[in-house]
Design a protein around this ligand. Structure first.
Ligand SMILES: [Fe+2]
Ligand SMILES: [Fe+2]
Length: 281
């Protein structure tokens, strides 16, 4: 069950004075509501509609420079505002997607890292506005083509490689155990999740449906599970570091898993931190 952590930033006490209000939930339905009617007269989800972008209002887009008080800023907000920050977070294994609401100081402390070193790396990045577009339609198109299609295209091959490596190298002490079955379950879960977004949530967002916040909470809850699955994947696949004597298939498998992990984190970040906050009321 998702919980608000101790390290989450206060909802209305942001140093930049511009943090969007996030609707924290502590109870989540097991299944999303699937049959909400979409009003034909609902406003379209564009920047000129009633859904004026909180990101823009919050100064996360356009001309305002990023707030450099990184320690007290939610990790997801830094990831959304500062180009290149996600790569820095990945290098430190900091969770900026599912754990995006916790402050950087809290996230760093949990991993036993040096906050000043992480802040130094972030400060070295160019301070540029982030989003190419905050338009919901464009974000959704990007999510579908860049992430949904990519996951569906690449997971079957990763599954094939995992089965092969597990079979051929079954006697190798560093061979992954249970990886193919784990990937198969993850692929099925991801596909079901993406189908819900494609068939229900994204059409609601595009139609400006006033009750999109409910399904959004469910999707965020499922994202938590995906983040936990990625952590398990790293354990099963030995940090995706092939042994020195690994064959080409093994190396290709781990390279593909690293890409899957990076893609899925970026995917969740784009939804949790860029798209969903615009529709959470
Ligand atoms: Fe998605
Ligand atoms: Fe999602």
């Amino acid at each position: 069950m998702k919980r608000k952590s101790d390290g989450e930033a206060p909802r209305s006490d942001h140093r930049c004075g511009a943090s969007p209000e996030l609707a924290y939930r502590t109870d989540f339905p097991d299944e999303p509501t699937t049959n909400l009617p979409i009003r034909n007269d609902a406003p379209r989800a564009t920047k000129d509609s009633a859904h004026t972008s909180p990101l823009r209002e919050a100064g996360m887009i356009q001309t305002e420079k990023p707030c450099l008080n990184f320690g007290e800023t939610p990790v997801g907000e830094i990831a959304a505002r500062l180009p290149g920050a996600t790569a820095v977070f990945r290098s430190f294994k900091l969770d900026y997607c599912c754990g995006g609401r916790q402050t950087l100081a809290s996230a760093v402390e949990k991993r036993g890292l040096d906050l000043s070193e992480v802040e130094r790396r972030l400060a070295a990045l160019d301070e540029q506005p982030t989003m190419g577009s905050e338009e919901p339609d464009e974000l959704i198109e990007f999510i579908l083509s860049r992430y949904h299609e990519t996951h569906r295209r690449e997971l079957p091959e990763l599954l094939r490689l995992a089965r092969r490596v597990e079979q051929v190298h079954a006697d190798h002490p560093e061979a992954p155990k249970g990886l193919a079955d784990f990937l198969s379950a993850l692929a099925a879960e991801l596909d079901a999740h993406m189908q819900k977004e494609e068939a229900m949530l994204f059409p609601m967002i595009r139609a400006g449906h006033p009750m999109a916040a409910g399904p959004i909470s469910v999707m965020e809850f499922e994202h938590e599970g995906h983040g936990e699955a990625l952590e398990q994947l790293e354990v099963i696949a030995h940090n995706m570091q092939p042994p020195d004597d690994a064959c080409g298939s093994w190396r290709a498998l781990y390279a593909g898993l690293r890409k899957l992990s990076d893609d899925l984190k970026e995917h969740i970040h784009t939804e949790n931190n860029l798209l969903f906050p615009q529709f959470k009321g």
